[in-house]
Design a protein around this ligand. Structure first.
Ligand SMILES: O=C(O)CCC(=O)C(=O)O
Ligand SMILES: [Fe+2]
Length: 227
């Protein structure tokens, strides 16, 4: 599944995050790369342990927790603390697949990466290039969203960030382990959830068929969820 989460963070939230991270010390992005992606990656990142990254990361996590669309689509079990990157002057991230397991430095917190997330933190007209290009079963998707919007995509997919040839692209990026590991099963639950919400709105939550479909959603989730 590839899902855009519009307006995850409002303009004031984006400004607050940018105020925290823009003044911090950025380092070579290869601090979080595996050996293959290190060859492909040219960007800057905030170190995981930087205070600004932790505070801004918490703001991103708070926004995710307030987004019913994110929760329904991702069914998150564990979220790796959000990181921050920046690309300018032709920097890019060539095609790669994300590492399967992420281990947080210091704490040993482990997350299997089922879904990858990019939260755009710069307006698209402020830079040229920087599209996140994702290879899906339905062809190649090129994603460049307004500041505060996010995209969720399978960590198993080949993806790249196109060279930024003008301005600076700033984003938050991270991974999560879903309660439902299988992408197709998670998509079925998401589709069912949307239909149940829609029918609940028109027929009312107490309609017998809405109650039955809600039960089916939960019974499928019970079969498929890991904890
Ligand atoms: O900057 C992005 O949008 C994605 C970065 C990425 O693919 C990665 O760090 O693995
Ligand atoms: Fe990646």
């Amino acid at each position: 599944m590839l899902i855009a989460i519009p307006d995850l963070i409002d303009a004031a939230g984006v400004a607050a995050i940018r105020a925290l991270i823009d003044g911090a010390e950025w380092v070579d992005g290869n601090v979080t790369s595996g050996p293959q992606s290190a060859l492909a990656k040219r960007n800057l990142q905030l170190p995981e342990e930087a205070q600004a990254a932790k505070q801004a990361g918490q703001m991103v996590l708070d926004a995710l927790g307030r987004s019913p669309l994110f929760i329904a689509a991702a069914l998150p079990l564990k979220i790796f603390p959000p990181l921050f990157n920046s690309y300018a002057g032709g920097q890019a991230f060539g095609v790669h697949v994300d590492n399967a397991v992420r281990i947080q430095a210091g704490t040993g917190f482990r997350v299997r990466s089922d879904l990858s997330i990019t939260v755009f933190l710069e307006q698209p007209d402020a830079y040229d290039g920087g599209e996140l290009t994702i290879e899906t079963n339905f062809g190649v998707q090129s994603v460049k969203l307004p500041a505060g919007h996010a995209v969720l995509y399978p960590s198993s997919s080949l993806h790249r960030v196109e060279p930024v040839t003008r301005g600076r692209r700033v984003a938050s990026f991270f991974w999560l382990q879903s309660m439902v590991r299988d992408d197709a099963a998670r998509q079925i639950l998401f589709d069912l959830d949307r239909s149940v919400q829609e029918l609940g709105g028109t027929l009312g939550q107490q309609h017998g068929e809405v109650i039955r479909l809600t039960g089916i959603y939960h019974n499928l989730l019970r079969r498929w969820a890991e904890s």
